[in-house]
Ligand binder design. Structure first.
Ligand code: AMP
Length: 435
């Protein structure tokens, strides 16, 4: 019979790699807690309208990549509805902010999330159809200080801290300001005009973008178009006084904290909701990501809440591609042996199985990592299995069970010691048995 495989662009995460995923998530949680963030969990699917309005109809995500279906009503009273697997989490967080009146507290909301997102992209290394993001959002009423440049710098400084604590080497922060909605509109118009006389020399995608969404031309990696793109007007020359001052303040705070960055005037990012600060962290070639070297991206979205029918709630956020973080760590870390168990409990006969399980229960309750063999194993097989999994083997024979004195073998030394039952857990935890 034909075997059933995971769907293209999705994958299983298996041990020992999942250990790394858990370590990354634990580090993220610990860093977020230090900066005053709390966790939010929003549904994996939402009304399609949320992304159409929040992310923007013109974006690749909404126009090409969403998993959308018509959900049938189950009763007359229950109307059908277009639903979509979330392609990103910011729109969901802002929806929840509005729905639960989080603005009412008057306080700044600092929320983080960890979870899968779905986009129908062309799968390749570092690009999947179900992928994980670790992200955070800072938003609130204007009087809570949510549009302060200090928030942008704090988020960026936190990301630098997180990447350093995770041990990511050689990361680079690219920074830009796309200005207010007005600045962006003026810039967009200028780009469209500048593209008119040259667009026929560009690739088909860029010709289309020049009409529909000229900002997206700046994202293009098409080698033949780079010269034209580099000569286009720069957003920096279109920033209003407020946007310019805001950007200067972000940079000054980053300088004060010693967070290195490069201003990249082409960094406008694909989503419609960004205003003012935009940023991206990349890793150098050879970090395991192939051509997908963007580790995370984000920016400010001062108008998003209003676009979704909510109150004015300036905000800033980011999303880290967790899959890419892991690929980078795997490539950058020296190949690490999976953690070994503390001991393998080996019953010498089937009759000792219950006693062996009981001993394992006691040792596990003491916080040790234990595997138990089976009395049907011959001694040789117990040895081989134990040696693969653990540093030590505890032999459980009839004598040991009766006397309460257990033989502990340390493989690396080829040594054996007899240890009383009551002292076993302590001996294994403090590695009193020499290893
Ligand atoms: P975006 O939501 O497009 O700003 O993406 C933020 C980050 O999510 C990117 O920098 C990537 O690290 C990651 N990411 C986006 N799309 C994918 C994907 N299809 N597969 C894996 N990671 C992705």
């Amino acid at each position: 019979m034909a075997i059933i495989k995971a769907v293209r662009g999705t994958r299983d995460l298996l041990p020992p790699e999942t250990e790394l995923w858990n370590r990354v998530e634990a580090t993220a949680r610990s860093v977020f807690a230090r900066y005053g963030f709390g966790e939010i969990r929003t549904p994996l699917f939402e009304a399609t309208e949320l992304f159409a309005r929040g992310v923007g109809e013109e974006t690749d995500i909404v126009s090409k990549e969403m998993y959308t279906w018509e959900d049938r009503g189950r009763a007359e009273s229950d109307k059908g509805q277009s639903l979509t697997l979330r392609p990103e989490n910011t729109a969901g967080v802002v929806r929840a902010y509005i729905e639960h009146h989080l603005a009412d507290s008057g306080m700044l909301q600092k929320l983080f999330y960890i979870g899968p997102q779905f986009r129908r992209e062309r799968p390749q290394r570092g690009r999947y159809r179900q992928f994980w993001q670790i992200g955070a959002e800072v938003l609130g009423p204007q009087f809570s200080g949510s549009d302060s440049a200090l928030r942008d710098a704090e988020v960026l400084e936190m990301l630098a801290t997180l990447l350093n604590e995770l041990g990511i080497k050689g990361w680079r922060l690219a920074l830009n300001s796309v200005g207010s909605t007005d600045d962006r509109q003026r810039y967009s118009a200028a780009l469209r005009e500048a593209l008119q006389p040259v667009k026929h020399k560009m690739c088909e995608d860029n010709q289309r973008r020049a009409e529909t969404n000229p900002l997206r031309v700046l994202d293009s990696k098409e080698p033949n178009d780079q010269e034209i793109i580099d000569a286009l007007p720069k957003i920096g020359d279109f920033l209003g006084e407020d946007s310019r001052a805001h950007f200067e303040q972000v940079k000054a705070a980053l300088d004060a904290c010693g967070v290195p960055y490069t201003v990249d005037p082409r960094l406008v990012r694909g989503l419609d909701y960004y205003t003012r600060t935009t940023f991206e962290f990349t890793v150098p070639d050879g970090s395991g990501l192939g051509t997908q070297n963007a580790l995370l991206g984000g920016g400010r979205y001062d108008g998003l809440s209003e676009m979704l029918g909510g109150p004015k709630a300036p905000g800033i956020g980011f999303a880290i591609g967790e899959d890419r973080l892991i690929l980078t760590l795997l490539a950058q870390l020296e190949a690490k042996e999976p953690a070994r168990l503390d001991a393998f409990v080996a019953p010498m006969g089937v009759a000792q199985n219950p006693a062996a399980l009981k001993l394992a229960q006691e040792l596990r309750a003491a916080g040790l990592r234990i595997e138990v063999g089976d009395g049907a194993f011959r001694l040789r097989k117990s040895f081989e299995t134990a040696d693969k999994l653990a540093d030590k083997m505890i032999i459980v024979g009839e004598d040991e069970v009766n006397s309460g004195l257990f033989t502990v073998k340390t493989f690396s030394k080829g040594e054996q010691e007899k240890i009383p039952r009551a002292e076993l857990a302590e001996a294994l935890s403090f590695k009193k048995v020499s290893s």
